[in-house]
Ligand binder design. Sequence first.
Ligand code: KIV
Length: 268
Amino acid sequence: MTDEKPITIRDLTARKRGEKIVMVTAYDALFARIVDEAGVDAILVGDSLGNVVAGLDSTLGVTLDQMIYHATAARRGCRRALLVVDLPFMTYQVSAEDAMRSAGRVMQETGAQAVKLEGGAPSRAESVRRVVEMGVPVMGHLGFTPQSVHALGGARVQGRDDAGERRLLEEAKRLEDAGAFAIVLELMPAAVARRVTEAVTVPTIGIGAGAGCDGQVLVLHDMLGLNSGFAPKFLKRYAELGDAAREAIRTFAAETREGRYPDDAHSF
Ligand code: KIV
């Protein structure tokens, strides 16, 4: 039985080098309820919803209105976990003012407790600082940042060479200085993620970044085996719900065609 007290930003930051943080994505009320009931610490309404539920080939087409729609639904299913919402492409890259307005809309319209944005360049850190100054908690995201998929040449492991590792360390320090309360580290060698984690005082949450982070995040549909075509090395499937769903639907179809459904037990 999990403690029912809602998780706060302070609870998460206190986990630095303590009990690992568990974060999972959810894009609607039904899955948010399942994820929340399973006792995760944070639910991420990720812009990965563009790939996972909208069928896009990148996250670039996702809009702020779409994120707000999904986050509002997820909020209804979320009782205890901290709800974090991605700011999608073009809602914070142009200016700090854009970042502030977008973050403000997410907080005001969805009931989320934090926003997440990608990148650690000086201008991005300045946007993080301004959003944090508004009173909105910000989670950073470094390494492979999906909104830069084309600039990065695809979903590739980052920080493999010395210069890449140095850049990740600088960016992480910059985000920490700007006031980010946690940083997602995506697709980087485990040793690099460990060194980044040791270099900052805020928790890191890894995805494809090894075991040295302060927590782990996975995309729900991927870890449940609903997205059978997606099988990167880091992904562990904890269930095969796609296969189970196909099998259930085949059985329904067969029983319907054979006149075995509905039987007396399922008829009025
Ligand atoms: O959009 C998303 O789901 C994410 C996770 C992969 C961290 O950013």
